[in-house]
Design a protein around this ligand. Structure first.
Ligand code: NIG
Ligand code: FE
Length: 420
């Protein structure tokens, strides 16, 4: 199968020479071709350019069937990369949502056995098949909003058996879904009820039993820890990360959501691919991130839903850092995987200009999940994951018209994706 998209009003985020990420002032750079074409063959992008440079002879070299699409008045974007989600879960937690509206904090709810432990209870009762079907539905909805790559975490199991169950579900999704999927082992998401008052023992279980088993079954690309006030300490995080690294998993951690936890520093120390949340980021944390290979990843959906402080994105970018944005899709702090909404929040709440926010949800979030060589931009040789918008007046309209779906047609691995 080959696809030729013609007469594109603007082809966004094109790269002649692919970059791994965009940082600081460079985040305002977003290469766009007006009146463009895009050509894919098999699963890959093979060509793009100005319509008036298009040479129809190119098509004669293609042996596969070619579908031609006219995109007059429409934009084409590379699919969004959502580098931080928890979409394998059972049930929902709207009761806690009401409690939050009435004034309880995220930590209050967690302390009384709600929150992550509530999801762990429900997950224990759900079959692998139920979890798979529910997560697949979520993936389809995300794809319909323009997402083409998703990182998925475990962390609602909290026993060896249920953590492995979650990771197997992620592996099955990886196999069946046309989205690019990466898997993250988050056994250290919370201390389960059975280990209440025995946190140290739970950490030992993660290190000595869970990580080796996860590695044996090759179930995770990454290792994660919720390194924050009331969850896991820096010392515990260090030990878990070291063991994960020993077993071939790169760190990608939850840090500084609830306090200046030292999570950013420990993430950088262990060369984390990303440190995520970062609501509590000061000068010291920014200095630590500069000159590192760690992508600061912000999750505005969680700050919005929990009504908490927003990460200082503007300050971080102005200091020269790259920033990625992801949805954090999960039942407790961000029950949405709509990356168009995340794009709007990036502009409105973080004061990022549309170009910066678009880099944050494409190339930078691709880096944050280790796939910037194959996704995150329109470049020759990258996977043909892209979407065509409805007719829209401008690039800026994407974040501006928040809440409505501007995506009209989705293509994943070079094939039309149908949500039905
Ligand atoms: O990224 N912060 C920790 N973990 C999730 C929330 C999980 C939950 O509440 O179920 C997050 O926000
Ligand atoms: Fe999270």
């Amino acid at each position: 199968m080959a696809i030729l998209v013609k007469n594109i009003k603007a082809l966004v985020q094109v790269e002649e020479k692919p970059v791994v990420w965009r940082a600081g002032k460079e985040m305002k750079t977003l290469h766009t071709i007006e009146n463009a074409y895009l050509l894919t063959e098999g699963k890959k992008i093979i060509d793009f350019g100005k319509m008036y440079d298009f040479n129809p002879e190119k098509l004669s070299k293609i042996k596969e069937k070619i579908e031609e699409i006219d995109a007059t008045g429409k934009f084409v974007f590379p699919s969004f990369c959502d580098s931080h989600t928890h979409i394998v879960y059972a049930g929902s937690r709207e009761i806690e949502y009401i409690d939050k509206i009435k004034g309880l904090s995220y930590e209050d709810i967690a302390k009384r056995g709600g929150g992550i432990l509530n999801s762990a209870q429900r997950l224990a009762d759900a079959s692998e098949d139920e979890l798979y079907k529910a997560a697949m539905e979520r993936l389809k909805e995300m794809a319909a909003y323009g997402t083409g790559a998703v990182e998925i975490k475990s962390g609602y199991g909290l026993t060896t058996e249920t953590e492995l169950k979650m990771l197997r579900v992620i592996k099955a999704l990886q196999k069946e879904s046309p989205l690019i999927i990466r898997s993250n082992f988050l056994g250290a998401h919370a201390v389960p009820l059975a280990y209440k008052g025995k946190q140290q023992e739970y950490v030992e279980l993660i290190i000595n039993e869970m990580i080796p088993l996860v590695a044996t079954e090759e179930l995770a690309d990454f290792i994660d820890v919720f390194c924050d006030k009331g969850f896991f300490t820096v010392e515990e995080t260090e030990r878990i990360l070291m063991q994960g690294i020993k077993y071939g998993m790169r760190p990608k951690i939850h840090a500084n959501e609830l306090d200046y936890s030292g999570g950013i520093q420990v993430g950088v120390k262990y060369n984390a691919l990303s440190v995520d949340h970062l609501e509590y980021t000061g000068d010291e944390e920014i200095a630590c991130l500069l000159n590192s290979e760690t992508m600061p990843t912000l999750l505005p959906g969680a700050a919005f839903f929990l009504n908490m402080v927003y990460a200082p994105a503007r300050k971080m970018i102005d200091a020269g850092l790259p920033v990625a944005l992801a949805s954090d899709y999960n039942p407790g702090s961000s029950p949405s995987g709509n990356m168009q909404l995340i794009l709007s929040m990036g502009c409105i709440k973080y004061k990022m200009v549309p170009e910066e926010a678009l880099n944050a949800v494409t190339i930078n979030s691709a880096y944050a999940m280790g796939i910037s060589d194959m996704a995150g931009s329109i470049a020759k040789g990258k996977i043909a994951n892209f979407f065509i918008t409805k007719p829209i007046p401008s690039l800026e309209f994407m974040p501006y018209a928040f809440g409505s779906n501007k995506v009209e047609q989705v293509f994943l691995e070079g094939r039309r994706f149908s949500n039905l």
